[in-house]
Ligand binder design. Structure first.
Ligand SMILES: CC(C)(COP(=O)(O)OP(=O)(O)OC[C@H]1O[C@@H](n2cnc3c(N)ncnc32)[C@H](O)[C@@H]1OP(=O)(O)O)[C@@H](O)C(=O)NCCC(=O)NCCS
Length: 184
């Protein structure tokens, strides 16, 4: 299905964070946060700086002809007060199916910044694609990520499309609930 999603995400800000479409010039300023082994307890690690750089170059290049039905947004996350690189956001659109991932360096955990980044990204996605159905896949042991999703309007489901890119067998799958789904 051809996508009408803007090909690059927008820049923006929340109370404590700034977000910018990921660019090659950002990579050196994100290395300290994102080559942190603690970040990769439940997701595939970047082994070293060259593999991290190669990964970033590939996501900045975008889906191209390999995945013509997809649009990718990648954002760098900066702390507004210090200007330091905090982490990054990933968004994959296949029409109105939208998949997200978020990674923050461990120095920035447990301060509500993961939730802040997640809320900003959901708002951006809903502005771009008002009828988006937003998904996240999570390792069953990744409790911080699961708590963050539940706290921000997502619910776990066993009914999900086969086309989720980040799904690994056994993952828990979360979908942003519509107001009418919200549990009381
Ligand atoms: C998942 C991840 C993004 C969560 O980030 P985070 O910034 O620590 O998340 P939050 O701060 O919003 O929530 C974490 C804790 O901070 C607490 N918190 C929330 N707002 C807060 C605030 N304003 N002040 C202090 N603490 C706060 C929350 O209650 C929560 O506590 P709990 O885990 O004991 O319930 C982060 O752990 C991470 O990057 N992990 C590695 C990558 C990864 O696994 N990504 C997910 C892939 S699916």
């Amino acid at each position: 299905m051809p996508s009408t999603v803007p090909s690059a995400g927008r820049r923006g800000a929340s109370a404590r964070l700034r977000f910018e479409p990921l660019a090659a010039a950002h990579i050196p300023r994100l290395i300290d946060a994102l080559l942190d082994p603690a970040v990769y307890a439940w997701i595939a690690p970047h082994r070293d700086e060259p593999s991290f750089r190669a990964f970033c170059a590939a996501v900045i290049a975008g889906p191209g002809d390999r995945f013509p039905d997809q649009t990718w947004w990648n954002h760098a996350i900066w702390e507004r007060s210090t200007g330091e690189g905090v982490g990054r956001l990933e968004t994959t659109f296949i029409g109105r199916q939208v998949e997200i991932a978020y990674l923050l360096g461990s120095l920035w955990w447990h301060r509500g910044l993961g939730s802040e980044a997640l809320q900003w990204l959901v708002s951006e996605i809903q502005t771009a694609v008002p009828d988006a159905v937003i998904w996240a896949t999570v390792h069953p042991q990744n409790l911080p990520s699961q708590r963050g999703l539940l706290r921000n309007g997502f619910g776990r489901t066993i009914a999900f499309p086969e086309t989720l890119r980040s799904y690994d067998s056994g993952d828990f799958v979360y979908r942003l609930l519509e107001n009418s789904d919200a549990q009381t």
